[in-house]
Design a protein around this ligand. Structure first.
Ligand SMILES: C[S@@+](CC[C@H](N)C(=O)[O-])C[C@H]1O[C@@H](n2cnc3c(N)ncnc32)[C@H](O)[C@@H]1O
Length: 275
């Protein structure tokens, strides 16, 4: 898959980017077939598939497809505001594209800490008055919620979908209380959408993934059990089918996981509605 190493190729200036160290966001982009990644990210992805976890790209695609189905579900419930924490490098079928195609007045606020993700999202959103990104760490909810972008875009007196998709495995359990602030902002009827990595199956493979990211990308990963994922929704009502593997959450008719068993998708996920 072709990636490019000059961000000038997209007329995006990302001065603070470290192109010598693999980065989880850019590996994910490569696994999804994106081209906002560097040679080190592509090499890391190939290495992961070869000797760490052969299902890397399957995990990414199953997760992304879950996110998209969950956004459509929210739209079906009449939700027109989305706060997407750890939104990632934009690729095809981003949250604002799905939402605004159905409802042009839908509003989307993205949040990411990775400079490449932020730069490319800004570029993509130029001229879009109903979508924006805040460059912030999700563990700093004040910075997000009090940002100019949040104030302009989101009306917390009405339901807002809170998306935390494939991001909580980067948040240590000890730091989770900070994220409670987002939930506290939500009025009843707001969807909470979560997916996160687990080691419930193939614990040895998960350990290899953990070690790889710690040693090569300086990133620590927290794996959560199904029960722990369920508890992330406490205070909200899980919609059917509850907490399941990502491909199992309201799959599109005829969808298959090809050669892989659903559990190889590696992430538990669910959607709940706040009371
Ligand atoms: C695997 S990607 C998921 C992207 C998107 N949510 C999806 O599911 O397709 C995880 C994203 O979370 C971001 N991220 C990780 N830790 C973060 C943090 N503490 N604050 C903000 N973003 C974070 C990464 O930069 C990356 O873009």
């Amino acid at each position: 898959m072709a990636g490019r190493d000059s961000f000038n190729a997209w007329k995006v200036d990302v001065p603070e980017v470290d192109s010598k160290t693999p980065n989880a966001a850019r590996i994910y982009d490569y696994d999804l077939g994106g081209d906002h990644n560097f040679e080190v990210d592509r090499a890391a992805s190939e290495e992961i598939q070869r000797s760490v976890a052969p299902t890397g790209p399957f995990i990414a695609r199953a997760n992304r497809a879950f996110l998209q189905r969950a956004v459509r579900y929210c739209l079906d419930q009449g939700i027109d505001q989305f706060l997407d924490l750890g939104s990632g490098i934009p690729t095809k079928g981003n949250v604002h594209e799905i939402a605004q195609e159905r409802d042009p007045s839908a509003r989307v606020l993205y949040v990411d800490v990775e400079p490449v993700a932020v730069a490319h999202t800004r570029q993509l959103l130029a001229g879009n008055e109903r979508a924006d990104i805040v460059h912030a760490d999700v563990r700093e909810p004040e910075k997000v919620l009090e940002s100019r972008q949040a104030q302009q875009l989101l009306d917390f007196s009405r339901p807002v979908a809170l998306l935390m998709v494939a991001v909580l495995h980067y948040v240590d359990p000890a730091e989770m209380p900070a994220l409670r602030r987002y939930r506290d902002e939500l009025v009843a009827g707001s969807p909470v959408v979560i997916s996160t990595l687990t080691a419930d199956e193939r614990a040895e493979e998960a350990q290899r993934v953990e070690r790889f990211f710690a040693e090569n990308a300086g990133t620590s990963i927290t794996f959560r059990t199904k029960e722990e994922v369920r508890s992330l929704f406490d205070g909200a009502d899980l919609v059917d089918p509850g907490v399941v593997w990502t491909p199992q959450w309201r799959p599109d008719p005829g969808a298959t996981t090809g050669e892989w068993d659903v559990s190889r998708a590696g992430c538990w996920c669910g959607v709940a509605i706040t009371r």
